[in-house]
Design a protein around this ligand. Structure first.
Ligand SMILES: [Zn+2]
Ligand SMILES: [Zn+2]
Length: 237
């Protein structure tokens, strides 16, 4: 926690010399300015993350809901334009300051939905090799920022049990790999129990394999309501 605070403090200091610019309009100050956060949210055109069908303030259509382990899914948009650069620079170029606009986008996206008041925020931990390279666990950092905005708690329900990246894997390989890569955090659960409802947050929905496996593990552990909140959906080519 101290390390993360220091990391953001250092980033704030560095931004005095090399200021951040909004990925969308170029204005100096933040990696996505408040006006562009608002505009991005105004442009939300909900679509189903599975089949792409138009939906109504959710990203899970009625048909796909029947075979999804999620009670609901919320996404900000497709992985294009400013969203693509925001998430990409955050994740691959260690632009730690972007945890703030990313957390803000997720919170604002979730605000008009019916999420339970006591929902626990959960993230999929990044594999250790990537944490070493980036200097931080990118979704863990976003989860902590969300906690500053919303009255919620972050539950460390998952651990990574191997060190393998899913990058470059096919959809089928991802489904197989993730099963040996992600596990419930037994220590945490023994101490705190499992929450009734959980919101799993992530940056990009590609095949959904990781998030679905996480949801299956949570169901097995006794979590009743499971939601997903993602920044962007990778467009289907
Ligand atoms: Zn802007
Ligand atoms: Zn669908």
């Amino acid at each position: 926690m101290v390390i993360i605070t220091m990391l953001l403090l250092l980033d704030d200091l560095l931004s005095l010399i090399a200021p951040h610019k909004c990925k969308r309009c170029g204005v100096v100050g933040s990696t996505l300015c408040q006006r562009c956060i608002n505009d991005t949210l105004k442009e939300i055109n909900p679509f189903c993350v599975y089949c792409g069908a138009m939906t109504n303030n959710t990203n899970l259509c009625g048909k796909c809901r029947k075979k999804s382990p999620f009670d609901d899914i919320y996404a900000v948009g497709y992985r294009r334009g400013a969203l693509k650069h925001l998430v990409g620079d955050y994740k691959y170029h260690s632009e730690a300051a972007s945890c703030r606009p990313i957390a803000q986008l997720l919170c604002d996206r979730l605000a008009p939905t019916d999420l339970p008041d006591d929902v626990a925020i959960v993230y999929i931990p990044t594999i250790p090799a990537h944490i070493r390279r980036r200097g931080f666990d990118h979704m863990g950092l976003v989860a902590r920022q969300i906690r500053r905005i919303l009255p919620c708690h972050v539950a460390s329900l998952f651990i990574r049990v191997d060190n393998t990246s899913q990058h470059e894997l096919s959809e089928r390989q991802r489904h197989e790999r993730i099963k040996s890569s992600l596990a419930l955090n037994a220590k945490y659960i023994a101490r705190h129990g499992v929450p009734q409802s959980v919101l799993i947050i992530d940056d990009i929905w590609t095949t959904g394999a990781t998030l679905e496996w996480a949801a299956i593990l949570l169901h097995r552990a006794g979590v009743e309501k499971i939601y997903a909140g993602v920044i962007c959906r990778q467009p289907k080519d």
